[in-house]
Design a protein. Structure first.
Length: 147
């Protein structure tokens, strides 16, 4: 089944009926410790996931402190209590974002929250991450002001 194009809140075009999976070279940094070197990684970008997830060795390299714990439901429906660390600066292309991360797995996972924050899209035909073509020069977002 081929999904039909739909527009997200940020105006990015996604694909209904399929999850977006791709890979992307991103740079992670601990903004609280500017003397530490940033870490360049190839991340799995998954629009079906929510959070940034990092392996323990990346947490150690960035010297990230545990802020909290979160109970997470994994893809197999099991639940695990995971360390939540941060803040983390993420860079991709001309985009930057700041998020917390769950410590889990053996590969960096870039979920929908950091992708929306940086206005990024997964390109299904190439399985890569890209800057939203509708706003190539600056990230856009939607903010509702209450009366």
């Amino acid at each position: 089944m081929v999904g039909r194009g739909v527009r997200s809140r940020s105006g990015a075009i996604g694909y209904a009926g399929c999850m977006g999976l791709g890979t992307a070279a991103v740079t992670l940094r601990n903004p609280k410790k500017p003397d530490l070197a940033p870490v360049a990684v190839v991340a799995l970008a998954d629009s079906g996931a929510l959070h940034l997830c990092i392996p323990e060795h990346v947490r150690i390299q960035l010297d990230l402190e545990e802020i909290d714990k979160k109970e997470a439901t994994l893809a197999d429906d099991s639940r695990r209590l995971l360390p939540y660390v941060g803040p983390i600066e993420i860079r991709f292309g001309n985009r930057v974002g700041f998020v917390g991360a769950l410590v889990l797995g053996n590969q960096v996972l870039l979920g929908a929250i950091p992708m929306e924050d940086m206005d990024l899209v997964v390109v299904p035909s190439t399985r890569t991450l890209a800057v939203n073509p509708s706003s190539p020069n600056i990230a856009t977002t939607v903010v509702k002001v209450l009366p």
